[in-house]
Every structure is written in structure tokens, then in C-alpha cells.
Design a protein around this ligand. Structure first.
Ligand code: ADP
Ligand code: MG
Length: 606
């Protein structure tokens, strides 16, 4: 059975598979190679991808997007609080976690971010099934390099809810490096800079590639910079223009802003291939039409500071990797926003006119690399000759509190993963039998400024004067970047191993089965919806054919005609009024109608 690679993006997702000795990008059922990471709920169905995105302006309260920004975060996280102000959909608090609240089929429903991500993953899984003609469950899913343990765990859970067996999770830039490595067959060591500018995030990574070894040297960027910021600048510009022209402020009208944003995003994409773009919206606000123009130069000028800031990140990452820009052999562009000509030009100028690698599709590179790795793991390295070796780094330091609020770093940032590091601790009170550790990640010296990952307690330490016991704790990060902490008391020799009791992990474990069951229910509901829609179509088709037949065929008596048409109408009305009826009943009614016809005028609908 094949294994797929999935780029679960904030804005767009992409799925690929290794087949016929190469990686192939899988198109979705609409024929598109990327699927917007959007999910929408209506009174009759759940939509994923392009169809969900199209719902945005009509049904913004129930149309979810950028859910990756929420995954693995707590409700009180400042970014969650900031983001929710911008979004048109509701976020509620469940314990300390955020949940999305929507109206679906006339009822209020809430979902954890993992469940929404799982719906996107399930859609991609289905596309892969259709493409390969068999059920696909094994997958490699990519995550941003800066994702912490909770975000990675939650992404893995989303995979499980979608019915995937997650073989591994790799960092997006590493996946792009693999795509580049497969594309560039040179055996010499090459240093590449991966520049990923997506919808809402920006990452820069430097890695060296030598045959099958991918060695990440440094990674950095900005978790709040991307195409959406450029859209916002254009939206603000047009709000001002509208105000100047008509003397009214449209900024507080959600629907008008939402329509304007969609138009600006389209204009922005146009400006990547043309020097001018039109923006035209009929009846934008209070019946007033909006018609304007924007030039590429104007767009570049309004985003100058944002564009320039991408170079600052490049400089930081070069310095973290202790490299000079001359040492970079290739520049690989990833993410839709790298299509902006000005960005390409800035980058090229910074690298003294160096050519940018053009053979890799920025929208597909990440999924491409993930699929190559999935195949490599699946086949044990046999088909792609050797096992790929990924030497990734942990983006943030991980440690625990020892004295008061001091952060004691166990695994420093930029440590190669997988890694295993030990720390030695002791008791601070006489006869203390338990030690409590709080695990944090971050670079600040005071733990409270860092991100809390979880708590773990070691019990069963033999009573002794303070400072006698020696507790060894082991911090391990696996290939997917997931952290496990264990501890044992070395003096008593007791194998008192304790895994980190990360709150989120515990909860996810208890809830995951429930979420899987809910996702299954959704799958059945979705299937029933499709069935129902097919049944309705069949009925409509029959009624249409009947009308045609009755009108054309003069041998049908007037009485029969009337009877038949009345029955047709009655059946149609019945379906319309009984909205909740199942496909089975519709098919039954259709059959009754067809039988009546066959009996009355020997008509066969086929
Ligand atoms: P993510 O990694 O966040 O899922 P993508 O890499 O798919 O995102 O990038 C999406 C962003 O790229 C959006 O903001 C979109 O407007 C932008 N984008 C896509 N195509 C173009 C283009 N031709 N020119 C400029 N921006 C583009
Ligand atoms: Mg991306």
C-alpha cells in the first residue's frame, strides 16, 4: 500500500504520492492541485476546500479558516485572543482549550481545532484514494519548524482522527529541502536557503544536502507575516479611497470588508503577472459600487517595510548558521507569496544577482518532499535506494524549573534531533519523597516568560535528608519533534519511570476516541448527503422526462396527463417539505412515481 505526503497549510493544503518512480501531486475532486484549508457548515452539509471558501461572504459565521493558528494552543494564548478578533466565526472556551462554534444543520456544534484539521486531512485522504484506487492510510504530515510539542501532538491527533496512520511528521522546510535534493542530483554537498512565505507565516531555513543527508543548520522567520498582511494593506488603501470618494466608512461592515478582501487577494495575484489590476465590486456598501485600479508599483510601495523585513530574517538565519551569503549555493522558494516579483527581486539583489531556483513549484514543494519521505519510510529505503537521513534541529530550548523561576535548559535550541539529554536533580527538603517538574520551552531566563509544556511528578523517592537523593530526568525528542520526559531515582535504583503528563496529551488521549467516532459519524453524514443529492437528482430527472413525454405524446389521455403531472408535483413537494427525509425514502417515492407511469402509459424512464 502506498504512503502519502501531506502539506497541511494554514491557507492551502497539498497531497502527493510516490508512484511510477516519481512523486506525483494529487489533484482534488475539482481538479485542483492545492486545496484551500477551509471548512464550512451549512444547514444541510459540511464543505471542505474551495467550496467552503466560496461560502465565506454569505456564511462567514460558519466558515472556518486558518485553523492551524489555533491547533495545540490554549484559549488564553495571546495569539488566539488576537486572531479571534479578526475572524468572523465563534471561538469558545472548553477547559483551557479553544473550540470552534458553528451552526450546522440547525443546531449549534463545537469542534476542537484538531477535528477541523482532521476534516481537511480526510478530504486529502479521499483524493488520494480516488487517485490510487485503493484506501490509503499511511502518511507523512508536515509541520512548521517553529511548532512546539503541543502543536505537533495536536497535528498528529488530527491525523489519527482522519483515520491516518502518521508515519512521521517533518518540518516544512526540511520537506522542501528533500524536494530540492531529489530535483538536484549532484552528489557534492550543497547549501540551500529555503525561503517560505505563505499566507500568514514566513520561514527561512538553511540546510546542507549531501546525497541522502539533509542537515538543517538554522531556522527562523516570523510567525505573523504573509500574504494576508499584504492583502490587508490593500484593503486599508481601498477603504480610504472609498471614504474619499463617497464620504462613508465601510470598515465596520463585515460583509463589505470580506468582499473587498477577496477582491484584493485576487488583484494581488494578478499583480504578480501584470503591472496593473482592476478591483470592481457592485453595490459594495449602501448600494454604492466600487471601481478602482492598482499598479504593481503602488502595491510594492504600500508593502515596502513588510517586504524588506523578510531580508532581516534571512540575515539572522545566516548569522545563526554562522555563514556568509556567498556560501549559499541555491535559493529555493516555497509558498504562494514568493510569486510576488518584488520579493524575488529583493532576494536576488541581496544575493548579488544570484539566480533563484525555478524548477520547484512553490505551492507543491512541501508535499512533494513529504511524499518522498513517506515512500522512503514505507519501503525501508529500498526503492529510493537509500534511507533519507534527516538531521533536523529543535527550534526552541527545552528545560525545567529548578530554583524558583529559573529556566534550567536541558535541550538547547538548534540541537539536532532526535536527541536524548539528561539532567540531574535532587530534593530540597528532608524526607521529600516526590519531585515536581514543570517543563517549559523558550529562550527567556525566567520560566514564566516561556511556554509551559506540561508537568511531571516523580514519586517514590526513599526518605532521606535533603540533597541526598539523585533524580535523573531524561528529555527525549523523537524524529517528529515530539518530547517525552522520563525520570528515575538513581539511589534507590527504583525504575520509577514517569512520562510527561502534558495536560493536552492526557486530554487528547481521553477524547481522541470520541473525536474519531464523531469524524466517522461525519463521514456517514457526508455520504448520506451525497446519496440524498443523487436521489433528488434522479427524481428531478424522472419528472423532467415525464413532462417531456406527456407533452409530446398525443396518445396520452387528458385525464392521465393530469393525474401523472399531479403525482409528479406532489412527489417533488413532498421532498421539499420533508427536508430531513433520507435518501432511501426519496428513492422509494421515485420508484412509486416511476411504477405509476409504467402502469399508466407503459413509460420506461431509462
Ligand atoms: P500556507 O503555507 O500559509 O498554507 P501558501 O503557501 O499556499 O500558504 O500561500 C498562500 C498565500 O499565497 C496567500 O496569501 C495567497 O494570496 C498568496 N499567493 C498565491 N498565489 C499568489 C501569487 N500569484 N501572487 C502573490 N501571492 C500569491
Ligand atoms: Mg506552506
Amino acid at each position: 500500500m502506498a504512503a502519502i505526503g501531506i502539506d497541511l497549510g494554514t491557507t492551502n493544503s497539498c497531497v502527493a504520492v510516490y508512484r511510477n518512480n516519481r512523486v506525483e501531486i494529487i489533484a482534488n475532486d475539482q481538479g485542483s492541485r492545492i486545496t484551500p484549508s477551509w471548512v464550512s457548515f451549512t444547514d444541510s452539509q459540511k464543505l471542505v476546500g474551495e467550496a467552503a471558501k466560496e461560502e465565506a461572504s454569505m456564511n462567514c459565521e460558519n466558515t472556518l479558516f486558518q485553523i492551524k493558528r489555533l491547533i495545540g494552543r490554549k484559549f488564553n494564548d495571546p495569539t488566539v485572543q488576537k486572531d479571534r478578533k479578526r475572524w468572523g466565526f465563534g471561538i469558545v472556551k472548553d477547559g483551557d482549550r479553544p473550540k470552534l462554534q458553528v451552526t450546522y444543520k440547525e443546531g449549534v456544534k463545537t469542534f476542537f481545532p484538531e477535528e477541523i484539521s482532521a476534516m481537511i486531512l480526510a478530504e486529502l485522504k479521499e483524493a488520494a484514494k480516488a487517485f490510487m484506487g485503493e484506501e490509503i492510510t499511511d502518511a507523512v504530515i508536515t509541520v512548521p519548524a517553529y511548532f512546539n510539542d503541543a502543536q505537533r501532538t495536536a497535528t498528529r491527533d488530527a491525523g489519527r482522527i482522519a483515520g491516518l496512520n502518521v508515519l512521521s511528521m517533518i518540518n516544512e522546510p526540511t520537506a522542501a529541502a528533500i524536494a530540492y535534493g531529489l530535483d538536484n542530483k549532484s552528489n557534492d554537498e550543497r547549501t540551500v536557503l529555503i525561503f517560505d512565505l505563505g499566507g500568514g507565516t514566513f520561514d527561512v531555513t538553511i540546510a546542507t544536502i549531501e546525497e541522502q543527508i539533509f542537515d538543517v543548520k538554522a531556522t527562523g522567520g516570523n510567525t505573523h507575516l504573509g500574504g494576508e498582511d499584504f492583502d490587508n494593506r490593500m484593503v486599508d488603501h481601498f477603504i480610504e479611497e472609498f471614504s474619499k470618494k463617497h464620504g462613508v466608512d465601510i470598515s465596520s461592515n463585515k460583509r463589505a470588508i470580506s468582499r473587498l478582501r477577496v477582491a484584493c487577494e485576487a488583484a494581488k495575484r494578478k499583480l504578480s503577472v501584470s503591472t496593473n489590476a482592476k478591483v470592481q465590486l457592485d453595490g459594495l456598501f449602501m448600494g454604492l459600487d466600487f471601481k478602482s485600479n492598482i499598479s504593481q508599483a503602488k502595491f510594492d510601495a504600500m508593502n515596502e517595510d513588510l517586504f524588506d523585513s523578510t531580508l532581516d530574517a534571512v540575515k539572522t538565519v545566516l548569522s545563526d548558521a554562522k555563514m556568509d551569503k556567498k556560501q549559499i549555493d541555491d535559493i529555493v522558494l516555497v509558498g504562494g507569496s514568493t510569486r510576488i516579483p518584488k520579493i524575488r527581486q529583493l532576494l536576488q539583489d541581496f544575493f548579488d544577482g544570484k539566480e533563484i531556483c525555478r524548477t520547484i513549484n512553490p505551492d507543491e514543494a512541501v508535499a512533494y518532499g513529504a511524499a518522498a519521505l513517506a515512500e522512503n519510510i514505507r519501503s525501508g529505503g529500498s526503492e529510493t535506494k537509500e534511507r533519507l537521513q534527516l538531521l533536523d534541529v529543535t527550534p526552541l530550548s527545552i528545560g525545567t524549573d529548578v530554583r524558583e523561576s529559573d529556566m534550567c535548559v536541558i535541550i538547547p535550541r538548534n540541537t539536532k534531533i532526535p536527541t536524548r539529554k539528561m539532567g540531574s536533580f535532587t530534593t530540597s527538603r528532608d524526607n521529600q519523597t516526590a519531585l515536581n517538574f514543570e517543563v517549559y520551552e523558550g529562550e527567556r531566563p525566567c520560566i514564566h516568560d516561556n511556554h509551559h509544556l506540561g508537568t511531571f511528578v516523580l514519586e517514590g523517592i526513599p526518605p532521606a535528608p535533603k540533597g541526598v537523593a539523585t533524580v535523573i530526568s531524561v528529555f527525549e525528542i523523537d524524529r517528529s519533534g515530539i518530547l517525552t520526559v522520563t525520570a528515575y531515582d538513581s539511589i534507590s535504583g527504583s525504575e520509577n519511570k514517569i512520562k510527561i503528563t502534558n495536560d493536552e496529551k492526557q486530554m487528547a488521549k481521553n477524547e481522541i476516541e470520541k473525536m474519531i467516532a464523531a469524524a466517522e459519524k461525519f463521514k456517514i453524514e457526508d455520504m448520506e448527503w451525497k446519496e440524498k443529492s443523487a436521489a433528488k437528482n434522479e427524481l428531478e430527472d424522472l419528472v423532467y422526462k415525464i413532462k417531456q413525454k406527456v407533452q409530446k405524446d398525443t396518445s396520452v389521455s387528458h385525464g392521465d396527463q393530469k393525474k401523472i403531472l399531479l403525482k409528479s408535483q406532489a412527489t417533488m413537494d413532498w421532498v421539499k417539505t420533508n427536508k430531513k427525509t433520507e435518501s432511501k425514502s426519496i428513492r422509494q417515492k421515485t420508484k412509486e412515481l416511476r411504477d405509476l407511469f409504467n402502469r399508466m402509459i407503459g413509460f420506461s424512464s431509462d
